[in-house]
Design a protein around this ligand. Sequence first.
Ligand code: ADP
Ligand code: MG
Length: 172
Amino acid sequence: MAIEYTLAMVKPDAVGKGSTWHIIQDMASSGLKPVAVRMTRLSKEQAKIFYAVHTGKKFFEGLTDFMSSGPIMALVLEGENAIHKYRDLMGATDSKKAAPGTLRQKFGTDVSQNAVHGSDSPENVRREAGFFFSGTELAILGLNIDAIGASAPATAPTAPAAPGAPATPAKH
Ligand code: ADP
Ligand code: MG
């Protein structure tokens, strides 16, 4: 099976509870390796852009308030079948309904405060990775934004680029 990438986020509730490192341990146990990591905080405007697909839904205001309420951690994860593997590890959107052992069951609270985010398609991996990481940053880490967003990369990431080497432009 092909090596794939996904974009994961530890949400403000889980960062606030100190669950970040337990979550990363569970990712590693599932064969998902963090290859790019950033701790940051979204502004309300950035949260609205990240979750633009949900604009107009009844939970949009609450979601964007929550997502801008404290620090988050964004990670690019690498692994076989990473998108689906990580969605399985996260569990159902509602932490109250998520299967035992999933991240949302273990570390989340309800349908809103559910501890983690994960991309749901190669196109969204590309968009969401580009939201948090510039092309230059990814190139320095030996990652290529186009390969990250590919549905079935034929090979593992290319050799690390030298710092300062030409890179794909940032998407944000
Ligand atoms: P997922 O994160 O599982 O892909 P969605 O894309 O449907 O789920 O929703 C994005 C986020 O919006 C969820 O992770 C959750 O934080 C929030 N959310 C979704 N549905 C609701 C809801 N009915 N009420 C409150 N918040 C919600
Ligand atoms: Mg979603």
